[in-house]
Design a protein around this ligand. Structure first.
Ligand SMILES: NC(=O)c1ccc[n+]([C@@H]2O[C@H](COP(=O)([O-])OP(=O)(O)OC[C@H]3O[C@@H](n4cnc5c(N)ncnc54)[C@H](O)[C@@H]3O)[C@@H](O)[C@H]2O)c1
Length: 344
């Protein structure tokens, strides 16, 4: 007899985290992805100037879709800001697990475009939460928050009880998002798990966070631009570790109605990151620029709670994760999107 698979819905599921999660879950679950493909995705890159870098990003965004299709993930091209349409779709899919990942997932972009960030992050979250009220079989609503809601770290390590004092639009909206999720739990008993990742990196990312920017500059033989003195530390987290942690939380009842940090669990400095890069790019050049005051000084996110409640432990230190990512770039860049000016 064929066993009916449980259903997973991922709003923003063609994004960096979403497509990786969908691909990992598709063997054991019936997975549906909803995405507008409009924020940090194909439509937005197609509307930007045509250059090698954007062509590379479009290529890997198409690759995400190909991977989703090959994994038999159902893909719905739908803007989650549209309350009526999203409610109808959520009812039709009727998921057991609901992941809300849609957002403007970048602090700098959020500070430049607060309205669109509110619309795509908070409006979409409100629609997802409200649509989930009618789901009789819902086991969990997952919300992806961020380390940015802690603001400036006052100690080298923060845990989930540390007071949150977000700096800037992105962190403020993540803080609001967490409170909305908790509010829906208080009023409608929506079962939730909130996850706070930090400094994610990995293959098929187009978000241009520090590791991606550094690797792409190194491939082009351009100097890497370091904000400040390079001593600043971040809890760099490889995408595979995050996805494994998310799935552990999905499968455990102990994560119900809880907030978790979900990172590698040990911060490393930008200078350490550069030293790892130099193994692969010995001639790497470095240029120092002024740091953005709206970017909080962060550090380590304690992983004790995730370890204790769902037995999570990370596997990819920076050395291991960087090796994977650089090898991927070197294989992927066979069409020489990142060729150095001197080689042209
Ligand atoms: N990547 C990180 O380092 C990181 C760290 C902390 C938290 N997060 C959070 O995790 C979540 C996912 O991040 P990501 O890195 O996958 O981001 P991403 O930008 O790669 O993916 C977001 C996806 O949401 C979609 N989307 C946005 N607005 C939409 C709308 N109105 N309707 C439908 N789809 C819409 C986009 O098209 C995109 O595919 C976000 O909430 C982000 O803030 C990410």
């Amino acid at each position: 007899m064929k066993i009916k698979k449980e259903k997973v819905l991922i709003i923003g599921g063609s994004g960096f985290i979403g497509h990786n999660l969908a691909i990992k879950l598709c063997k054991d679950y019936d997975v549906s992805v909803v995405d507008s493909f409009d924020v940090n995705n194909i439509k937005s890159f197609k509307s930007k100037i045509s250059n090698n870098q954007n062509s590379f990003y479009i290529k890997i965004l198409n690759e995400r879709i190909k991977l989703l299709k090959e994994s038999n993930v159902k893909i719905y091209n739908q803007d989650a800001r549209n309350y009526k349409k999203i409610s109808k779709l959520v009812d039709k899919i009727n998921p057991n697990y609901f992941f809300h990942l849609a957002a403007v997932a970048h602090a700098n972009v959020s500070n430049k475009n607060p309205f669109s960030t509110f619309d795509n992050s908070v409006r979409t979250l409100e629609n997802s939460l409200d649509a989930s009220r009618s789901l009789k079989k819902l086991k969990r609503f997952f919300y992806l928050s961020s380390s940015m809601l802690y603001g400036q770290f006052k100690k080298t390590t923060v845990n989930e009880n540390t007071i949150c004092e977000p700096l800037g639009i992105y962190g403020a909206l993540k803080f609001a998002g967490e409170k909305m999720v908790i509010g829906y739990n208080q009023v409608f008993k929506t079962p939730y798990t909130i996850i706070r990742p930090s400094a994610l990196y990995g293959e098929r990312c187009v978000s241009r966070r520090v590791i991606q920017i550094f690797i792409e500059s190194a491939l082009k033989d351009e100097p890497v631009l370091v904000n400040g003195n390079g001593k600043e530390k971040l809890d760099f987290t490889y995408i595979g570790d995050l996805i494994n942690g998310m799935i552990k939380m999905m499968k455990s009842n102990k994560s119900k109605n809880q907030i978790f940090n979900l990172t590698y669990g040990k911060s490393r400095s930008i200078l350490e990151l550069i030293n790892i890069l130099k193994i692969y790019f010995p001639k790497l050049k470095i240029k120092t620029i002024k740091r953005d005051k709206l970017m909080p000084i962060r550090g380590t996110l304690s992983m004790k709670k995730a370890k204790n409640l769902v037995n999570f432990s990370s596997e990819y230190n920076l050395e291991r994760g960087m090796k994977k990512m650089i090898n991927w770039y070197r294989q992927k860049d066979n069409e020489k999107y990142f060729i150095s000016k001197n080689q042209k």
